[in-house]
Design a binder for this molecule. Sequence first.
Ligand SMILES: Cc1cc2nc3c(=O)[nH]c(=O)nc-3n(C[C@H](O)[C@H](O)[C@H](O)COP(=O)(O)O)c2cc1C
Length: 281
Amino acid sequence: MTNPFLFEYTSQRKLLLVVNLWIILCEIMNDNDLYEAIFKRKSIRNYDSTKFDQNRLEEISKGLAGLKPLSEGIKTEFKIISPDQVTRKTLNKAPHYIAAFSEAKGAYKANIGFMLQQMDLYFSATGLGSCWLGIPQPTKEVRESSNLEFIILMSFGNSSETIYRTGVSQFKRKPLSEITNIEGADELLEPARLAPSAVNLQNWYFTGDKNLIHAYSSKSSFFRNIIGGGYFPVNMGIAIYHLQLAAQHLGWKAKMVFEEGLDKNPPKDREYITSLKIEKP
Ligand SMILES: Cc1cc2nc3c(=O)[nH]c(=O)nc-3n(C[C@H](O)[C@H](O)[C@H](O)COP(=O)(O)O)c2cc1C
């Protein structure tokens, strides 16, 4: 005679398996959508002023709560704020902004770049506009509402202009030959090349080989900081996220490793950030 408990147990397991598979499928679909967005996204600066309803904002808050970090163990906080909580008056207003805060520890600015770029691609993939904002600032009240350091804003909302580029040629970017000397890893480095950066500075350089990619940034300096160089680390986090997402899209892993010694002897005018070990199954 069949054991009824056994039947219940196996059907529960089957249900669990189906639910797990569904979750995995959703994640893969999401990541694929994010990957596709790399090749068509653009910064959006003109918005329809209509605010989102509470459900939509909660969905976005859930997205923020689920962002993957570049470095574990750094406290971060993301707040959705309104235009009256942003000080720059000349700004083309967006209906909503994300204010990003972080504990000042390790590669914390690159970590914010890595995390918030997931939202930039998410907004683009779901038909919304967004733009990283290094110049506008949140009000004093918003800054003081967190124990963490304020890092940057990102605007988002329904766009009043077309949100997609129709081809890679529409991106104003340096050619691959200016950002890397690695051969045979274009499928990873092209997505990094297309990453957005403050004042479009594209301060990244990749060396090594197709299995171990070392990421360097241009060095910051007083003069460079005046024209956006203060965001070099954020830009690095953004490009590294594109690279890692591309690896994931190919079914590979890009594991972050810090190669001792590379930080002590970087090429002229460059600063070592991290390396990505590419693992293929
Ligand atoms: C860290 C960071 C800060 C930025 N700050 C501003 C800003 O204050 N105002 C603005 O209009 N765009 C800002 N941008 C958007 C860049 O100008 C834009 O990403 C770059 O020119 C490339 O264009 P694209 O995003 O349309 O590809 C910023 C981008 C990044 C990554």
